[in-house]
Design a binder for this molecule. Structure first.
Ligand code: GLN
Length: 539
């Protein structure tokens, strides 16, 4: 019978609940348990697909094509397993299905209420993951205890303990214990209040993870334990770390996984983490330096490009490089030209994006990368602008564009293909999730991947216009990845360049710490070589 772990957060948001949840998942997996993870998001949007990245950060796309919370990215990267649409549930989804059932007359004349109907719906989403091949489901409740929106979720998990029994459920509460410089000490009161709030709802946490800047002194730990009605050993400090992949090691060091397995009645060996430890160590001892410009739109919020940063980090670690990322808003490039931003970088990456703002600056950026022979990696929109740039400056069509940015362009090199309705409502109208591509041989893409067929994740509406394929090839752009039915262009590259690859998909979603994505790995490798050449030519 599966067991259930619940993770809630208190005091403030952004405490790294997702990373803690993923870390606990990893520790339990490495003890031999089969783990399933679930993120509940209490907002009313059906999914984050329509939200502004400044509201929500990156939209993480799963292999099965769901647009999900960025915590699912952490889950995949720590567990090294693919998540599905069932691993992220929003309040919008549970209300939506409840109301649909009501319209279908499934409640037989009853009044439909938050308790029990909505809470039943929530519990059913948790139990859906408790398949026979799963030992433990870890559910993370988004938001902060005390929020109005998260109440039905907390009520549902309270009921879970009642129904499953205390031996089969375990509640973890993550809080902040701030250090107040003027008092020269940490303050436990917010944590006490947060636990009080949780107990008001009827949930007694079994373990507290206290986020602290550096350490949680013994007296503070004692005080929290007393007020939270917990043994002292169950009040754990979780200090800030520079490398998030150290969190599992910190939690293991503080016996979090041991406390959990004991409480849930398992007698299991210590987790084996040699490869993980070795990898974290490797990241700590860089031998090279490399600077990459990330030319996008959301330069004030790294979370908007979370998986891109992670994928770059994984590759940098594997190459033992100290990676510096320069975030460049391409609207600045429109005003000042590319030179001030890119003259001293070793590689340029243009990530995905929607809307016309900054697109002309992106086109100038790719032109600079192509002409100056700076290693270039284009992701999704980063491929589309590479094609527009090529059409304008190599083929010689100054008005070439994507229909997204200029619906009347005489040269729509990027366009909507038949069947992709222009009048469909927003939300769920994109090409989403894993699709295969066949790689040309010989090609740079084939060298990079080392295999002929790949599957990569998509999230876009527009495509390379197939009627221009022959012309692009004639002018020297190689279309090196094509969908198996021969219709869609998935990868383009410029052979006469140290590294110029642009892809219609998002490889960043599939990079894992111990298995960096080959595109990012080879891009950084090319950037390191470029740096060497650049610095020696300056010398
Ligand atoms: N806006 C482009 C499209 O819809 C690219 C999307 C993206 O980069 N994810 O096709």
């Amino acid at each position: 019978m599966p067991r259930y772990i619940f993770v809630t957060g208190g005091v403030v948001s952004s405490l790294g609940k997702g990373i803690a949840t993923a870390s606990i998942g990893l520790l339990l997996k490495r003890r031999g348990l089969r783990v399933s993870l679930l993120k509940f998001d209490p907002y009313l949007n059906v999914d984050p697909g329509t939200m502004n990245p400044y509201q929500h950060g990156e939209v993480f796309v799963t292999e099965d094509g769901a647009e999900t919370d960025l915590d699912l990215g952490h889950y995949e990267r720590f567990l090294d397993e693919n998540m599905t649409r069932f691993n992220n549930v929003t309040a919008g989804q549970v209300y939506f299905s409840l109301i649909q059932k009501e319209r279908e007359g499934r409640f037989l004349g009853k009044t439909v209420q938050v308790v029990p109907h909505l809470t039943e719906e929530i519990k059913s989403r948790i139990r859906l993951l408790a398949k026979p091949d799963v030992d433990v489901v870890i559910s993370e409740i988004g938001g902060t205890v005390g929020d109005i929106e998260s109440l039905p979720f907390l009520e549902a998990i309270r009921q879970m303990r009642l129904e499953e029994g205390p031996q089969k459920t375990f509640f973890i509460h993550i809080t902040l214990v701030p250090f107040i410089p003027s008092a020269g000490e940490v303050k436990t009161k917010p944590t006490q209040h947060s636990v009080m709030k949780l107990r008001e709802i009827g949930i007694q946490p079994d373990l507290l993870l206290c986020r602290v800047e550096s350490e949680l002194p013994r007296e503070a730990q004692d005080k929290i334990a007393l007020f939270a009605n917990l043994p002292r050993g169950h009040v754990i400090e979780e200090p800030d770390v520079a490398n998030i992949y150290k969190v599992p090691l910190i939690l293991k060091d503080r016996r979090v996984d041991q406390i959990i397995v004991e409480s849930l009645g398992w007698d299991l060996p210590e987790p084996s983490l040699e490869d993980w430890i070795e990898w974290v160590e490797r990241c700590r001892s860089p031998k090279h330096t490399v600077t990459i410009a990330l030319a996008g739109k959301y330069v004030h919020l790294k979370d908007a490009y979370k998986s891109v940063f992670e994928a770059l980090d994984h590759a940098a670690c594997a190459l033992q490089a100290d990676l510096q990322v320069r975030l460049v808003n391409t609207e600045w490039v429109e005003k000042e030209g590319p030179e001030p931003y890119f003259a001293d970088v070793d590689g340029i990456l243009i990530p995905g994006g929607f809307g016309h703002r900054g697109v002309e600056g992106k086109i100038q950026t790719v032109r600079y990368a192509r002409e100056q022979k700076v290693p270039y990696l284009g992701l999704c929109l980063g491929m589309q602008v590479a094609c527009i740039e090529f059409a304008r400056h190599v083929i010689g069509w100054p008005q070439a564009n994507s229909k997204e940015f200029d619906p009347d362009t005489p040269y729509p090199v990027i366009t909507l293909l038949p069947g992709q309705g222009e009048d469909t409502p927003y939300g769920g109208t994109l090409r989403l999730g894993g699709y295969p591509a066949i790689l040309a041989r010989p090609s740079r893409a084939y060298e990079v991947y080392g295999q002929e067929q790949i599957v990569e994740r998509h999230r876009h509406r527009y495509e390379f216009n197939p009627k221009y394929r022959a012309l692009f090839e004639q002018h020297g752009m190689r279309l090196s990845g094509i969908s198996p039915d021969g219709t869609l262009v998935e990868i383009v590259e410029i052979p006469d360049h140290p590294f110029f690859i642009a892809v219609q998909f998002h490889p960043e979603f599939k990079s894992r710490p111990l298995r960096p994505h080959p595109l990012f790995y080879h891009f950084l490798k090319a950037a390191l070589a470029y740096r060497k050449a650049r610095l020696s030519s300056h010398a």
